[in-house]
Design a binder for this molecule. Structure first.
Ligand SMILES: CC(C)(COP(=O)(O)OP(=O)(O)OC[C@H]1O[C@@H](n2cnc3c(N)ncnc32)[C@H](O)[C@@H]1OP(=O)(O)O)[C@@H](O)C(=O)NCCC(=O)NCCS
Length: 154
């Protein structure tokens, strides 16, 4: 039997060697991608950075996990591999890590127009707690961010 891709994908900490592929996926995925310098900074400053994949990277998550509030800053899957559960696996791992670190809440923002991401977060128990007006740049100007919070205490 042929194993489904998702069953064979490893999730591990991001290293410097992954940067090239991570930056390529970032640039492919967004009209206004994070710069290479910002992504490098996250690694250097010990943010909690994960990749899905071994030699070939299918996606990544950049987060900050603490014993109080935790934050998801970037979750991106290569466009060729979306809809196969990889984003869910990264989110699942993040929630488990936060529980291990006794975090109370996880926070993140999503573009109001990003229905796919919003579906994903709601499926994982994130609830909308506010709006940041004109938070993101887009091709037409600006758009709002929805702020989501996942309560880990209940
Ligand atoms: C958002 C993103 C990370 C989701 O990752 P993914 O690996 O494709 O998602 P999964 O396959 O794990 O899907 C999980 C859930 O997301 C939602 N979802 C995924 N693809 C969807 C689609 N095409 N339409 C609607 N909802 C969708 C569904 O709720 C899905 O659960 P279901 O399969 O039970 O219906 C990915 O689409 C992505 O990288 N998008 C571009 C970058 C981005 O927008 N990042 C988020 C910034 S806040």
């Amino acid at each position: 039997m042929i194993a489904r891709l998702i069953e064979t994908i490893e999730i591990r900490k991001m290293t410097n060697d992954d940067l090239r592929q991570v930056i390529d996926i970032e640039n492919k995925s967004y009209d206004f991608p994070w710069s290479e310098a910002v992504i490098k900074d996250c690694l250097v400053n010990n943010y909690d950075c994960y990749v899905a994949g071994q030699d070939n990277i299918f996606g990544y998550m950049i987060s900050k996990i603490t014993n109080q509030d935790s934050h998801i800053l970037n979750l991106t899957i290569d466009s060729d591999y979306r809809g196969q559960g990889i984003g869910s696996n990264l989110l699942d791992l993040m929630i488990k890590e936060c529980k291990l670190h006794r975090s109370n809440y996880i926070y993140l923002e999503a573009r109001v127009t990003n229905t796919i991401a919003r579906n994903l977060y709601q499926k994982f128990g994130f609830r909308s707690i506010g709006v940041r007006k004109n938070y993101y740049r887009n091709k037409l100007g600006r758009e709002d961010a929805i702020v989501y919070r996942r309560n880990l205490l209940i």
